[in-house]
Design a protein. Structure first.
Lengths: 270, 385
């Protein structure tokens, strides 16, 4: 079971799982119920098929055009879209110290602490910046994880295996972007409306943005990009024809803490 | 020989019962933590490691310090230490056990602990920390047991133990080096990102461990018929003196680099610890106390009169131990997380349940140490009689 799940998660852009070739194709990302019935069959060799619609890339990347944001109200639907479909609990009223964030807003001076200046463009100074996991090309969190519970996929996405994580929080110490959250308590009571198509987490494990790997697998763009009204563009960094490359090639972009050599895959146009 | 650990005076039984009681309380709180999750601690999204990991860091040092007895005795044939080397090795066993327990109580999913072994990841320093800590535990168990057994039977230590003793020397250095590497290899954590971290850890370890051992020797002399010896205690005192001076020296090397270069990402952590940052400064009085204690100890240890007098030496040893404990057990971990990489200042203060669990783990260490020391002392009394 364990190795099957990992093999499955590791291969980019897979959404369908055919068991022993003959069985009806399952949407393996989708649900525990469908899975449950087939549990016994996992001892048989598993054949993995790719969804024809699955999106593929060498390194997924994101360009955020912050010129298109004016206030926190513009970010709200983006954050809500992400947190809703990924069953991210809302602990903001319960305990600020234990909040779980996949994508959230920060002021410029916090998002880019080493670019902060005393005197700054008024718009930038007050503009909320959306921040999330950078899916670094050279991720320190993957380097330090003692169980490979966090790993980098062939398409550049840094994923978490919530079932393998031992909750040592080494990755949280290693991440220079504060992109990782730890479940200090059982998150389930704090999920307003549960999305049955995505797993919930248990207490004691780390989680973070997954660049919507589950959506890419069925040919959909990440939820934040979809909800952003064109402000967030997603694509393959190594495809010269991609929209992200076009934007990076024609605009001055900055990345968070570039100097650390982690090669973040989230670019900001300011 | 184990039978000696369960045969003892009424006082011994009383002491062990008391320690077991403390462990019991800690264990109950730990069960509560298992049910509630780490929300009962003071840790947060920004300060994701706290008291537990800090104690691990400090105790790895105490464990490694056994090498300060092994090197003079086995490599330089300094015979006087033959009498007390076993105490250092047993102190190491108790300390490493506590280290491993502190890792376990810090985990969010402790029942998945074996994933570290099932999915070994040589790229992770935590994996190596597990390897070296367990290795050191077994080395000291095997060495300590065989050396003591030979002493009891008044024979020579078996020949095959010698290579293990030599191996334990670099191994002791490795446990604290690897523990420092947990921190100093992380990008974006300016406080730890310094090559002097591992040497500094070792220096403070070689001060804290032997100073604790001096205190234990003085205690043993009072409560048993075994005298660890004046010469031995004085030699340990010199080791503590050099080590605590080195520790403070390394600290000032760090302070110079940080404050002369004026790089905010490195400087802000020191500011937080010693001056307070953006109105937050819970650790400021502690850090100055720590520094004050270390300076006081250096003064008392360098002066021959106060070093040679066992009364004032004991005071210096307490100062060294408490000073290095505050430095590593309180400042070192929090200091690295505050301010956060996004430059938010969220302080960490351990909670009562967290401290109760910590005391419980220390209780297990004290229990192991008491039993092992009782065994060693009984044998030494037996041989002398």
């Amino acid at each position: 079971m364990e190795s099957t799940r990992r093999k499955f998660l590791k291969i980019a852009g897979i959404s369908t799982l055919g068991i022993a070739g003959a069985n009806p194709v399952l949407d393996a990302f989708a649900s525990e119920q469908q899975h449950g019935g087939e549990e016994e069959q996992h001892s048989q060799p598993v054949e993995i098929q790719k969804n024809e619609k699955a999106l593929k890339a060498k390194q997924w990347a994101m360009v955020i055009d912050t010129r298109k944001f004016e206030s926190a109200a513009d970010l709200e639907p983006i954050i809500e879209a992400c947190h809703k479909i990924h069953n991210v609990p809302d602990l903001s009223e319960e305990n600020q110290r234990h909040v779980i964030n996949w994508i959230w807003e920060e002021e410029y001076k916090h998002a880019f602490p080493n670019k902060a200046a005393k005197f700054l463009d008024e718009r930038l100074k007050h503009l909320p910046f959306p921040v999330l996991c950078n899916h670094c090309e050279n991720p320190p969190c993957v380097r330090v994880c003692p169980t490979k519970a966090t790993f980098k996929r062939d398409d550049g996405i840094v994923l978490m295996d919530f079932h393998r994580c031992i909750g040592c929080r080494f990755c949280m110490a290693a991440c220079p972007y504060g992109s990782r959250s730890f479940n200090f308590r059982d998150p389930r009571p704090f999920i307003e409306e549960r999305n049955p198509k995505f797993p919930t987490r248990m207490k004691g494990v780390v989680e973070k943005c997954n660049f919507c790997a589950e959506r890419l697998a069925v040919g959909k763009m990440p939820a934040c990009a979809e909800a952003s009204d064109g402000a967030i563009v997603f694509g393959d960094l190594y495809d010269p024809e991609s929209e992200v490359r076009e934007l990076i090639g024609s605009n001055y972009t900055i990345r968070r803490k570039q100097v650390l050599g982690t090669e973040p895959s989230v670019y900001y146009i300011v | 020989m184990l039978e000696l650990t369960i045969k003892g005076s009424k006082k011994y039984y009383g002491w062990m019962t008391l320690v077991l009681g403390v462990i019991g309380v800690g264990f109950c709180v730990y069960v509560w933590q298992l049910l509630q999750g780490l929300q009962i601690t003071g840790m947060s999204r920004d300060v994701s490691w706290g008291f537990y990991i800090a104690q691990l860091t400090f105790l790895v040092g105490v464990a490694a310090s056994a090498v300060m007895l092994v090197i003079p005795y086995y490599l330089h044939n300094y015979k006087a230490f033959g009498k007390i080397t076993i105490l250092g090795e047993f102190l190491a066993i108790a300390s490493v056990t506590m280290c491993l327990l502190f890792v376990i109580v810090d985990l969010g999913q402790p029942m998945r602990l074996l994933n570290v072994v099932l999915h070994p990841t040589p790229g992770s320093v935590l994996f190596w920390d597990m390897v070296v800590l367990n290795g050191y535990l077994f080395l000291n168990l095997i060495i300590g047991w065989n050396v003591l057994e030979a002493e009891r039977n008044q024979t020579h230590t078996p020949k095959w133990v010698k290579p293990l003793i030599y191996l334990s020397v670099p191994w002791a250095v490795s446990i604290h080096t690897v523990t420092a590497f947990l921190y100093c290899g992380l990008p974006g954590r300016g406080f730890w990102l310094t090559a002097v971290l591992a040497p500094r850890f070792l220096a403070s370890a070689f001060a804290a461990g032997p100073s604790l051992l001096i205190l234990l020797c003085l205690l043993i002399r009072r409560i048993s018929n075994f005298d660890p010896g004046r010469e031995q205690i004085q030699s340990l005192a010199k080791i503590v003196t050099y080590a605590i001076i080195l520790n403070v020296f390394f600290f000032f090397c760090e302070v110079f680099v940080v404050f002369y270069s004026q790089i905010p990402e490195h400087m802000d952590h020191f500011k937080y610890l010693f001056m307070g940052l953006h109105g937050h400064g819970a650790l400021v009085p502690w850090m100055w106390t720590s520094l004050g204690l270390m300076f006081f100890a250096i003064f008392m240890l360098v002066l021959p009169i106060t070093r040679r007098n066992e009364g004032t030496l004991a005071v210096s040893c307490v100062a060294v131990f408490v000073g290095t404990w505050i430095d590593k057990g309180m400042g070192m971990i929090s200091g690295g997380f505050v301010p956060s990489p996004l430059h938010h200042v969220n302080e960490y203060i351990p909670t009562v349940p967290e401290i109760a669990i910590t005391i419980g783990v220390y209780g297990i260490g004290v229990l192991i140490l008491s039993a092992l020391f009782k065994m060693a002392i009984s044998i030494k009394e037996e041989v002398a009689a």
